[in-house]
Design a protein around this ligand. Structure first.
Ligand code: HGY
Ligand code: MN
Ligand code: MN
Length: 415
C-alpha cells in the first residue's frame, strides 16, 4: 500500500478507550484506580485479557521464561520486528494509564494496520514485559532487562519479593513461566517505540500535546537495614541507646536535604520504612528503609550515593548500630536514538501537535532497548502531573494523539 494512503490512517479511539477501561477492571480498587502488582492474581487476569485480545487479532504469541509476552503480526519478510511495548503490572495505588497505555495503543496500532489490509514489510510486535514497576520484586524493568540480556534469567527467577515469594514460584503459579526463547535482541527487534504517560507536570502545565523523549534519568534503589538494641523507652538514658529507629529517620531527612542542596534536579525518595517491634514504649532494635535516588547526570547521581554512604557510616558509629545494605536497582541515564527522536518530533508537528523535547523522570522498559536498537518514547500529558496515584488521568483526545503518532511512526519504520 502506498505510503501516502497510510498517512490518512488513524486509530479507533473508542476501541482503545474501551480496552483501557476493560483492563482497568483487572485489579480495580474500591473508589477507582488499580492494584496489579507483578505476578499477583490481578496481574494474571490482566495478562489473560490482553493475550485474548492478541489472539483475537491473530498475532503469534510468545511467552518467554520470565513471563514477557510478545504478540507478533507477520510481515512480508521475516526481518527483525518493529516492536512496541510497555507493561501492565502496576503499583498498588495506580491509575489506568501507566504502562497499560503503551501496550494497548501498540495493540490498537496493529489492529488499525490489519483492518486497513496492510501487511507490513517487517513483522510488527507488541509486548508487555514482566514486573516493570519493581514494587513487589526489585529491580524495576526486570522482564525487559532479562529480554535485553542485561539481567540474568536465573537472578530474576530467584528474586524474593517484599512478601517472601519468589519470581519463579509466582510465574509458575499464574501460568506465565513460559518456554519460548528469542534470539539476540538485535536479531529479534529492529526498533522499539514506547508510548507512555509523562507522569510528571511539564506537558500539562505548558498545555502541550506530545513529549518527545530524549532519554531516561539514572536510577539508584537501595535498601538499608539497621540493627540496634530494643530497650525500655522510660528507663534507658539517651546515651545508652542503640536506636535503630532514629538512624532510619535521620537517613530519611538527610536524603531530602541532600536532594534539595544538589544541582541538576537530584531527586530522593524514601518510599518505605519499617520499625520493629514498632511499639510506643520500646526503642526499635530493627529498622528497614528504601532510598530511591535519581538524576539525569551520572556523576551527580554517584555523588549523591557516596554522600549518603558517608552519612550512614557516621550515623552507625554515633548510635552503635549495625547496618546491612542491599542494592535493589541501579541504572545509568540512557539517551535515545537521535534520528528516531527527530522522526517522532517531525511526525508530531506534521500532524499539528505541539511538542517538547524532554527527559523521562520515570524508568521505562524502553531504556533497556536503547543500547541494542534505535529506541524512543512518546509522552502524552498526565493531568496535574499525577501518577502512581489512583487519580492519574489523560484525556481521550491526548490518548488518541499519542496512539496516532505511534501509528505514524510505526508505519515509517515497518513499511
Ligand atoms: O520507578 C519507576 O520509575 C518506574 O515506574 N518503574
Ligand atoms: Mn510505567
Ligand atoms: Mn510506574
Amino acid at each position: 500500500m502506498a505510503m501516502e494512503t497510510t498517512v490518512s490512517l488513524s486509530v479507533n479511539s473508542d476501541r482503545l478507550q474501551s480496552r483501557l477501561y476493560k483492563l482497568a477492571e483487572m485489579g480495580a480498587l474500591e473508589g477507582g484506580g488499580v492494584s496489579r502488582l507483578a505476578l499477583t492474581d490481578s496481574d494474571k487476569m490482566g495478562r489473560d485479557l490482553v493475550v485474548s485480545w492478541m489472539t483475537e487479532l491473530g498475532l503469534d504469541i510468545a511467552i518467554d521464561r520470565i513471563g514477557n509476552v510478545v504478540g507478533t503480526l507477520k510481515g512480508q519478510t521475516d526481518q527483525p520486528a518493529v516492536m512496541m511495548g510497555s507493561h501492565i503490572d502496576t503499583v498498588s495505588t495506580a491509575g489506568i494509564f501507566d504502562g497499560n497505555l503503551g501496550v494497548l495503543a501498540g495493540l490498537e496500532v496493529i489492529e488499525t494496520i490489519v483492518d486497513a489490509g496492510i501487511t507490513p514489510v517487517r513483522p510488527l510486535s507488541v509486548a508487555f514485559f514482566t514486573n516493570e514497576e519493581g514494587s513487589r520484586f526489585a529491580p524495576d524493568m526486570m522482564g525487559s532487562a532479562v529480554f535485553t540480556e542485561s539481567l540474568a534469567l536465573e537472578t530474576a527467577l530467584e528474586t524474593i519479593g517484599i512478601d517472601g515469594k519468589s519470581v519463579a514460584d509466582e510465574l509458575a503459579r499464574i501460568g506465565y513461566l513460559g518456554e519460548d526463547t528469542f534470539p539476540s535482541v538485535s536479531d529479534t527487534v529492529s526498533a522499539y517505540i514506547e508510548l507512555h504517560v509523562e507522569q510528571g507536570p511539564v506537558l500539562d502545565e505548558l498545555a502541550l500535546d506530545i513529549g518527545v523523549v530524549e532519554g531516561v534519568q539514572g536510577i539508584s534503589w537501595s535498601e538499608y537495614t539497621f540493627h540496634g538494641t530494643s530497650n525500655h523507652a522510660g528507663t534507658t538514658p539517651m546515651s545508652y541507646r542503640q536506636d535503630a529507629g532514629v538512624v532510619a529517620a535521620a537517613v530519611m531527612s538527610y536524603v531530602h536535604q541532600l536532594a534539595e542542596s544538589m544541582p541538576n534536579n537530584q531527586l530522593a525518595t524514601v518510599g518505605s520504612i519499617e520499625f520493629r517491634p514498632n511499639l510506643v514504649n520500646v526503642i526499635p532494635n530493627y529498622s528497614r528503609i528504601t532510598v530511591d535516588l535519581r538524576n539525569s547526570n551520572e556523576s551527580e547521581l554517584k555523588r549523591a550515593e557516596s554522600e549518603l554512604e558517608a552519612f550512614i557510616a557516621s550515623l552507625v558509629k554515633k548510635h552503635g548500630v549495625r547496618v546491612e545494605k542491599k542494592v535493589l536497582a541501579r541504572f545509568e541515564p540512557v539517551i535515545f536514538d537521535s534520528n528516531m527522536v527527530g522522526k517522532i518530533e517531525s511526525l508530531a508537528k506534521e500532524s499539528g501537535m505541539s511538542t517538547k523535547r524532554m527527559f523521562s523522570g520515570a524508568g521505562h522498559d524502553a531504556q533497556m532497548f536503547a543500547p541494542h536498537c534505535p529506541t524512543a518514547m512518546i509522552f502524552v500529558p498526565s493531568q496535574d502531573g499525577i501518577s502512581h496515584n489512583i487519580h492519574e488521568h489523560t484525556t481521550p483526545r491526548q490518548v488518541t494523539n499519542g496512539a496516532n503518532l505511534l501509528l505514524q511512526t510505526i508505519l515509517k519504520l515497518c513499511m
